[in-house]
Design a protein around this ligand. Structure first.
Ligand code: CO
Length: 360
């Protein structure tokens, strides 16, 4: 594995459901510690300030560090564990998946279960199993055994999925590319800019609690008070069977980062958008442009661009297949292209370029 693969492995394997980001935060702080001055907001987002050749403008690069997961909601007399979702899960990707419960006594492994298909009637087998009928099985047979293992109500539960380099050597499989992929881009861009001139002050921000409502973005943006913001995300692509019709654009792995020109929660600053596209063209960096109101969920950009009297903001995303599941797939070409694009863009964001963004 090369440096980037090791970084992606570390970041995706670290635990960090919303409100329980301690493990992934520690890792990110370790990486950012050598690149700038690290502080926090009071929800736990990490903010790394790195001065360039000019104090102004203030540029915020933000990626969220939390991942979707669960918490223990109830323990049955027979020793099965009911769970509540933290973040947006699709019930169909849950059954038979391995999870780990983070208890005060240590990690407890379990599997998400439901009644075995052998025991269902033909009609029951045709129905989808709903999350409310699922449970986590840690191999216990009583509530006492679950208690003895250390499991308590509200303990966080994480998906288990090993980081794996796939058959072509260029695609990677793991949980949590949304948004540890964005975090890895953030750290790599900061590393690249350590020894490169940039006429601005950079704030690399790893936000908390994005998946439950952009909460760390709202608090960290007040600390940073940026003049311009670039949000680094991981987002779903549609280059899979059953999607390639003419009614919608098909976004693909390996064709470059996705730049969102329109979605329901945010319209990017148009001049920033044009500057980014021009930067991509000049640098021969591929990008995919998206305008789609069907995309569910918000991004930190929705909160950040409304800070103060408004912040010119754009969202740049790593394409990910099967986002919000145990097994996302991302492409190295997209990662490298996004890093290159952002390094070049940051170097162009000097005082004049940034004041031009809001010269109405
Ligand atoms: Co995300």
């Amino acid at each position: 594995m090369d440096e980037i693969e090791i970084l992606l492995k570390q970041l995706t394997q670290a635990g960090g459901i919303p409100g329980h980001e301690t493990e992934v935060r520690g890792l990110i702080q370790k990486h950012l510690g050598s690149l700038g001055e690290v502080t926090h907001d009071r929800l736990g987002s990490v903010i790394c300030r790195k001065s360039g050749e000019a104090a102004e403008p203030r540029i915020m690069l933000a990626a969220h560090m939390d991942e979707i997961g669960f918490v223990v909601s109830h323990i049955t007399k027979e020793g099965f564990i009911r769970f509540a979702s933290v973040g947006g899960w699709w019930d169909q990707v849950l059954l038979a998946q391995r999870v780990v419960i983070k208890t005060a006594k240590g990690d407890v492994t379990g599997i998400i279960g439901a009644r075995s298909p052998h025991l269902l009637s033909d009609e029951e087998r045709r129905k989808l199993v709903e999350r409310k009928d699922m449970y986590i099985d840690i191999g216990a047979s009583s509530a006492e055994e679950v208690d003895k293992a250390g499991v308590r109500i509200a303990d966080p539960v994480l998906p288990v999925s090993e980081f794996t380099i796939l058959a072509n050597g260029k695609t990677y499989l793991s949980k949590a590319f949304d948004d540890r992929g964005g975090c890895a881009v953030l750290l790599t861009v900061m590393r690249r800019l350590r020894d490169t001139a940039h006429a601005n002050t950079l704030f690399a921000v790893a936000t908390v609690q994005e998946e439950v409502g952009l909460r760390g973005a709202r608090t960290s943006v007040r600390v940073v008070d940026p003049d311009v913001a670039i949000v680094l995300e991981g987002t779903a692509v549609s280059d899979v069977p059953g999607q390639s019709d003419d009614s919608h654009q098909v976004l693909r792995l390996g064709r470059g980062p996705i730049v969102t020109f329109y979605r329901g929660d945010m319209i990017p600053n148009h001049k920033l958008r044009d500057l980014l596209v021009d930067t991509a063209e000049r640098g021969d960096v591929p990008v995919q442009i998206r305008a789609d109101d069907r995309v569910r969920g918000g991004t930190d950009g929705a909160a950040i661009h409304l800070h103060g009297s408004g912040v010119p903001t754009i969202v740049v995303s790593l394409p990910v297949r099967y986002v919000h599941s145990h097994g996302g797939i991302m492409h190295r070409t997209d990662f490298d292209a996004e890093v290159e694009l952002l390094v070049r863009l940051v170097q162009r964001l000097d005082q004049k370029a940034v004041s031009d963004l809001t010269a109405w």
